[in-house]
Design a protein around this ligand. Structure first.
Ligand SMILES: C[S@@+](CC[C@H](N)C(=O)[O-])C[C@H]1O[C@@H](n2cnc3c(N)ncnc32)[C@H](O)[C@@H]1O
Length: 411
């Protein structure tokens, strides 16, 4: 493994060099992406299981949940004639898969954002490879495993790796009654690899949610909650792998009370990192602004928060979704309220850069409400002075979480 110094991208962590069958794959890895320290042992095991002559003829390949790209690009390295599609829900993963395809001068690689099978474009696939997201919830795992049969060629194969804890669950899903034939099983050092195909009659058991297109979020559902904040009642569908699935975090409570604190109605709101959707829904219910833009890296969060806004009566045509790693100035244009949840792992330079761009487009007078762990908020606060014409209006803390309100001053 080789590490080189960081270029300008603040997400960049290091470069690693992976040896696959006497060939080298160079991969840039980002902070905050799966397996940022080195190639995951499960990914390595799965790649090895596919690096045999019998699989070489499999030319149409999908990497479902690509991360920074080791599976899809590793398979491309093994046979450059392959056409590879790579899908991930995380905009940063999509950026890094794309960048790594370029770094290795690979063409014929289609990288894009998507949620499970509902995001997959490819048909007649020969091979699907996935290191399954372990925290996705049982129904999502079932969806990943079974709902792709219509995308496969006859004779097409799915190859997955899971952590040992999920072995029994996967064994229970990949059964003949589901129209599945497992052709290879391997257990090693905390991981299980399965290779399997679908019988020509197709799945016999009901798939997890049809093909995931009618209600693409259904397979991720964790709970349906009835909640209240102050006098606002709202319903919220929560999903796996995002926090705040049963209660509001302290920083969300602080941010909500700051937002609702007897202020004027905002007209255009940007919520960055909307999570399950608690804050956008409260804003929608309290103020019914003309527009709510939801922006962030995680497509599941954006889609779920958007669906929760609609579920609480906020008109869908007034919601904009922006799936991206940063706040772009255009998202904030004419906006008078920016609400941003600071992610703990996010480098300071990124938050600062985002705020700078957003503030350049914030209407005056306008409000900025930032929340997160007290550490993240304090780190940012110390740099706010240099960011723009901001005046700190309030700073509150509760149990290690903080909210900060700043106002853009009239010039
Ligand atoms: C275990 S990581 C594997 C990453 C990469 N393939 C590797 O081997 O290093 C799972 C990846 O799936 C992505 N993911 C999780 N749920 C997803 C979903 N519903 N749709 C698309 N991608 C998803 C995550 O963002 C993450 O990058």
């Amino acid at each position: 493994m080789v590490t080189r110094a960081s270029p300008a991208d603040p997400y960049f962590k290091k470069s690693i060099s992976v040896r696959i069958q006497r060939r080298q794959l160079e991969l840039d890895v980002a902070q905050d992406l799966f397996s940022g320290h080195d190639l995951d042992a499960g990914t390595r095991l799965l790649l090895r299981s596919l690096a045999t002559p019998e699989h070489e003829r499999r030319l149409r390949v999908l990497d479902l949940g690509s991360g920074y790209g080791p599976l899809g690009l590793g398979l491309k390295l093994l046979n450059p004639a392959r056409e590879v599609e790579m899908v991930d829900r995380d905009a940063l993963a999509v950026e890094y898969s794309h960048r790594n395809a370029e770094r290795n001068r690979m063409s014929g690689v289609d990288v894009h954002a998507g949620l499970g099978w509902s995001g997959v474009r490819g048909r007649e696939l020969d091979l699907v490879a996935s290191n399954l997201p372990a925290k996705a919830g049982d129904r999502a795992i079932r969806h990943f495993l079974l709902d792709g049969s219509a995308h496969l060629k006859p004779g097409g194969m799915v190859a997955v790796v899971v952590i040992a804890r999920l072995h029994e669950l996967v064994e229970g899903i990949l059964v003949p009654e589901a129209g599945v034939e497992v052709v290879h099983r391997q257990r090693a050092a905390g991981y299980s690899v399965f290779h399997y195909g679908f019988s020509s009659e197709g799945p016999l058991a009901a798939p997890s949610s049809g093909d995931g297109t009618r209600d693409p979020l259904g397979v991720y559902e964790r709970a349906n909650l009835e909640l209240a904040f102050d006098d606002i009642r709202y319903g919220l569908r929560t999903v796996y792998s995002l926090p705040e699935f049963d209660t509001l975090a302290y920083h969300t409570r602080l941010m909500a009370s700051q937002l609702l604190d007897g202020r004027r109605r905002p007209r255009r709101v940007l919520v960055f990192n909307p999570g399950q959707g608690h804050l956008p829904v409260l804003i929608g219910r309290a103020f019914s602004p003309d527009r709510i833009t939801l922006a962030g890296r995680d497509l599941l969060s954006l889609a779920n928060a958007g669906a929760n806004l609609a579920g609480n009566g906020y008109p869908a045509e007034r919601v904009l979704l922006r799936h991206q790693t940063a706040i772009l100035p255009a998202d904030m244009e004419g906006g008078d309220l920016l609400v941003a949840v600071l992610r703990d792992g996010q480098p300071n330079a990124i938050t600062e850069h985002e705020l700078r761009s957003a503030l350049a487009m914030l209407r005056t007078p306008g409000r900025v409400i930032l929340g997160g762990s007290s550490t993240a908020v304090t780190r940012l606060e110390s740099r706010l002075g240099g960011i723009g014409p901001l005046r700190i209006i309030a700073r509150k803390r509760n149990r290690g979480h903080s909210v900060l309100e700043a106002g853009a001053q009239l010039s």
